[in-house]
Design a binder for this molecule. Structure first.
Ligand SMILES: Cc1cc2nc3c(=O)[nH]c(=O)nc-3n(C[C@H](O)[C@H](O)[C@H](O)COP(=O)(O)OP(=O)(O)OC[C@H]3O[C@@H](n4cnc5c(N)ncnc54)[C@H](O)[C@@H]3O)c2cc1C
Length: 465
C-alpha cells in the first residue's frame, strides 16, 4: 500500500526529480517552492544559475526520458535542438579539439535551463498525485518530541494580500533546496552532528550573454565547450538554444573573471584559445545584458557518513553536493539520484535514509572525482594532490592529446564525462594503448614540424654568439 503524503522542499530540477520518484510510492506528493513560477522559458529568482550556459549530459537526458517518456520530443517541438555530442559539438581541451570525424551516438539536448525546468514541472504536474505550491518558503522541520523522526515542515505562504505561517505534516520530507540548504543547521538544532563537509576552493566567475544564432556560425555545429587549460585556464561555452539563440558563458579561476562591460568581455573572449567564441560574438547580435555569477567552491556534505540521522527525512541534489558547474554535472546527478530513490523505495521504507544516502554517495563519488580531479590540474588551486591524482591528471592530458586524432579515444572520454561510463573505462588496455600510440604519433609530428625551426634557431644563435 502507498504511504500517505511526502513533502519535497524546493521545486528546481532536484526537487522535481525527487518528486517524480516519490510519486510512485506516495498517495500525495507536495512540492513547496519559495519562488513564484514565471512563464515557461523565463528565469526566476530562486534559480539564478538559469541565466547561464546549462548543458544536460547524455546520461541526464537518457534518465529524464526514462522518467518522463517523450520529453525530448516535447522540448524539440518547442525549439530545443538535439545533436551528437561529438560530431555536432566541438570540445577543446589541452590545446586541441577532440577528433570530430565519427558520431559518438551520445545525444545532447541543447535547451535553455528555464525551458527545460518548465517542461519537467509541467510533466510532473500532469501526474494525478502531485501538487506544487509556489510562494511557500519552508522555515523549519516538525519532529516527534524525541527528535528521532521528521513529521512535517513549518512554512510561510506569501499571497498578494499578505502572508501566513502554517504547519504541514508528512510521512517523508525531502530537502532539495540547493547548495544553501539549511539541513546541516536544522539537524544540529535537533541535536544531531552536522554532516562532514568537503570543499575545494575554485573561485570561478561566469559572465554570460545571449546572442542571435545564425546558420553560418561555427559552420553549423551546435556548440563549443572550452575546458580550462593552459596558457590561462580560462574556459567558455557557446551552446545553441531554442529560438535561434546562443548562450555564451566565459570565465576563469581564482578571481580571474571576465569584466562586465562590452569591451572587456570581448577581450576576455579573445584571450581564450581557440577563439571560437570570440569569432561568433565579435559581430553577432546581443539579445541580453551581461550577467555575472560567482561560484566559490565545490561543496559536498557527507550525509552517508552520519552515525545518527532522523527517520523520514532525506537530502537531495545540490543540497548534498554542488559541483563546479564548468563540468555540467548537477542536473544529471539529480536525475541519477531520482532513479536511486525509486530503487530504494521499491525495497520498502525500512532504513530508507541510510540506504538512499549510500546510493547517492556512490553517484556523487564519481561526479566529484571527475570535477575535483580536473580542478586539481590547475596548479593555482590550493589542495594537496595525492600521487593518484597527479598520475590521473598526467594520464588525462595524454589522453586528450590522443583524442585529438583518434575518435575512439574521444568517444571513450565523452562517455565518461557524460556520466555514461565509469572513469576506470579510460584505463582499459584498449584505450591505454591507443593513448600511448596517439602520443607517439603526436611527438613524431611535432618533431617533424619543429626540427627545422630548432636547427634554424640554433644556427641563428650560433651565428650571433
Ligand atoms: C552557474 C551554474 C551553472 C550550472 N550549469 C550546469 C550545467 O551546465 N549542467 C548541469 O547539469 N548543472 C548545472 N548546474 C547545476 C544545476 O543548476 C543544479 O545541479 C540543479 O539545478 C539541481 O539543483 P537543485 O534543484 O538541487 O538546487 P537548486 O537548483 O539550487 O534549487 C533549489 C530550489 O529550492 C528553492 N528553495 C530554497 N530554499 C527554500 C525554502 N526554504 N523553501 C522552499 N523552497 C526553497 C529555490 O527557490 C530553488 O527553486 C549549474 C549551476 C550553476 C551555479
Amino acid at each position: 500500500m502507498k504511504a500517505q503524503q511526502a513533502i519535497v522542499i524546493g521545486a528546481s530540477m532536484g526537487g522535481l526529480l525527487a518528486a517524480r520518484a516519490l510519486s510512485d510510492y506516495y498517495q500525495q506528493v507536495i512540492v513547496l517552492e519559495s519562488d513564484t513560477f514565471p512563464n515557461p522559458g523565463k528565469n526566476r529568482k530562486g534559480v539564478p544559475q538559469g541565466h547561464h550556459a546549462h548543458g544536460l549530459l547524455s546520461k541526464g537526458r537518457e534518465v529524464l526520458e526514462q522518467l518522463f517518456p517523450g520529453i525530448t520530443q516535447e522540448l524539440n517541438a518547442q525549439g530545443a535542438l538535439s545533436g551528437d555530442s561529438l560530431q555536432q559539438t566541438r570540445w577543446f581541451m589541452n590545446g586541441g579539439y577532440l577528433y570530430q570525424k565519427s558520431p559518438s551516438n551520445l545525444n545532447i539536448l541543447f535547451v535553455s535551463r528555464p525551458l527545460l525546468e518548465a517542461q519537467v514541472r509541467k510533466r510532473l504536474l500532469s501526474l494525478p498525485n502531485i501538487k506544487v505550491i509556489e510562494n511557500s518558503h519552508v522555515l523549519g522541520l516538525l519532529t516527534t518530541p524525541d527528535h528521532t523522526r521528521i513529521v512535517g515542515v513549518r512554512l510561510i505562504h506569501h499571497r498578494f494580500d499578505g502572508s501566513s505561517e502554517s504547519a504541514l505534516n508528512a510521512d517523508l520530507v525531502v530537502d532539495a533546496t540547493g547548495r544553501r540548504s539549511q539541513s546541516p543547521v536544522w539537524l544540529e538544532k535537533l541535536g544531531y552532528e552536522k554532516p562532514q563537509e568537503e570543499q575545494v576552493h575554485v573561485d570561478i566567475g561566469y559572465m554570460t550573454r545571449i546572442y542571435r544564432r545564425r546558420p553560418e556560425h561555427l559552420r553549423g555545429d551546435l556548440g563549443t565547450v572550452i575546458s580550462p587549460s593552459l596558457p590561462n585556464y580560462r574556459y567558455g561555452a557557446i551552446l545553441a538554444q531554442e529560438s535561434d539563440r546562443w548562450v555564451v558563458t566565459i570565465g576563469g579561476y581564482l578571481g580571474d573573471h571576465a569584466p562586465r562591460n562590452e569591451k572587456g568581455f570581448l577581450e576576455f573572449a579573445k584571450s581564450i584559445p581557440p577563439q571560437d567564441i570570440y569569432e561568433v560574438i565579435k559581430d553577432a547580435e546581443p539579445l541580453s545584458e551581461l550577467l555575472p555569477y560567482k561560484f566559490p567552491n565545490n561543496q559536498r556534505h557527507h550525509y552517508e557518513k552520519m552515525a545518527r540521522f532522523p527517520k523520514d527525512y532525506l537530502v537531495f541534489g545540490d543540497a548534498i553536493c554542488s559541483f563546479n558547474p564548468v563540468y555540467g554535472q548537477g542536473m544529471t546527478v539529480a536525475a541519477l539520484e531520482s532513479l536511486a530513490l525509486q530503487n530504494c523505495l521499491a525495497q520498502g521504507g525500512q532504513n530508507l535514509q541510510a540506504r538512499f544516502f549510500k546510493e547517492a554517495g556512490k553517484i556523487v563519488d564519481i561526479a566529484w572525482s571527475i570535477a575535483v580531479n580536473n580542478d586539481l590540474h590547475i596548479t593555482q588551486v590550493e589542495e594537496i594532490r595525492s600521487l593518484q591524482v597527479r598520475f590521473l591528471n598526467w594520464y588525462m592530458s595524454k589522453l586528450h592529446v590522443a583524442a585529438q586524432r583518434d575518435s575512439l579515444v574521444a568517444i571513450a572520454f565523452l562517455q565518461v564525462s557524460s556520466l555514461m561510463a565509469s572513469p576506470y573505462s579510460l584505463m582499459h588496455p584498449r584505450i591505454f594503448l591507443r593513448v600511448l600510440w596517439g602520443n607517439l604519433l603526436h611527438r613524431a609530428n611535432v618533431s617533424k614540424f619543429w626540427a627545422p625551426c630548432i636547427s634554424g634557431l640554433s644556427g641563428f644563435f650560433h651565428k650571433n654568439k
